[in-house]
Design a protein around this ligand. Structure first.
Ligand code: CP
Length: 309
């Protein structure tokens, strides 16, 4: 099966501005991969490195599997055991790996804009994928969330009411999801969280914004819960985890307010008992592990499009 022309930029740094046809082409390709239609030699002879300066389980492992399934040579860079510990910069690290012949870099970094900044210094023929930078963007999470939503609810996003709940302010996932949902024409996007965890920078334009969780999920077709990102949070933004759970935790009782066939999503890792209960996370409406499964297929589509397209 040949890859469709996807009109992708050279690097995948964000979903902001990615045209509808490119986004859809990636989802179509990812669906084919999810169904097992792929060429195990598609990236034969191409070296791909996961260059992570922040921890990860899902993104890093699924990019590794994705690259391996397409036949790439895969290197996993671990900042904690690398010369980063001796003070080597991210750019020097990347340039040294590039000098070894690595052509694809999947980069996660704690700083907003770090991956875009690195992309200014790479050789022709080298491509970068943003695997999450600060609070800014996590484009492949946005794509896998859209694939999961599409599998569950069909292609007509105009029919959908989607609620995004929790720590939106610190969430690169929320930003990428919002961009993708707008591009795909979601009918209504509701955003809910305490005022202290909602961004005031225009991120939420066009959304219905509320601090009332019951109102946010009332009749919703999909409830996308976000992780409370304590590592990025200043002190005092939430009173206590118990208070947060009481006001913004998704429980089975609360979920009854959503549409009867509503689906529940979460990018992981989950703070069980904080933003979501075990009963909901592991319940019949949860697509959380389906999201993880789809992550491999989406990342295969992205690597193929950038490295072979
Ligand atoms: N959803 C996500 O990015 O998970 P990881 O931090 O484990 O990669």
């Amino acid at each position: 099966m040949n890859a469709p022309h996807t009109h992708l930029p050279r690097h995948l740094l964000t979903l902001d501005g990615l045209p509808n046809d490119a986004l859809n082409a990636l989802l179509v390709r990812a669906q084919a991969f999810a169904e097992g239609h792929y060429d195990r030699r598609a990236l034969d002879g191409i070296a791909v490195c996961t260059l992570f300066f922040e921890p990860s389980t899902r993104t890093r492992m699924s990019f590794t599997l994705a690259a391996q399934r397409l036949g790439a040579d895969v290197l996993n860079f671990d900042a904690s055991t690398s010369s980063t510990r001796k003070g080597e910069t991210a750019l020097d690290t990347l340039k040294n790996l590039e000098a070894m012949g690595v052509r694809g870099f999947v980069v996660r970094h704690q700083d907003d804009g770090a991956v875009a900044a690195l992309s200014q210094h790479v050789d022709d023929g080298t491509v970068l994928v943003n695997a999450g930078d600060g609070r800014s963007a996590h484009p492949t999470q946005g794509l896998l969330d859209m694939l999961t939503l599409r599998q569950a609810k069909g292609h007509d996003f105009a029919r959908l009411k989607v609620a995004i709940v929790g720590d939106v302010k610190h969430s690169r996932v929320a930003r990428s999801d919002l961009q993708a949902l707008r591009t795909l024409g979601a009918g209504e996007i509701r955003v809910c969280g305490p005022a202290s965890l909602l961004p005031q920078d225009g991120t939420l334009h066009g959304c219905t914004v509320t601090d009332d969780l019951d109102a946010a999920i009332d009749g919703a077709d999909a409830v996308m819960m976000l992780r409370l990102q304590r590592e990025r949070m200043e002190e005092g933004l939430v009173a206590s985890l118990d208070d947060y759970h009481r006001d913004y935790g998704l429980t089975a009782t609360r979920l009854k307010r959503a549409a009867s066939d509503a689906v529940v999503m979460h990018p992981g890792p989950i703070n069980r008992g904080v933003e979501i209960t075990d009963e909901v996370a592991d319940g019949p409406q949860s697509l959380i592990l389906r999201q993880v499964t789809n992550g491999v297929a989406v990342r295969m589509a992205v690597l193929e499009a950038l490295l072979k397209g």
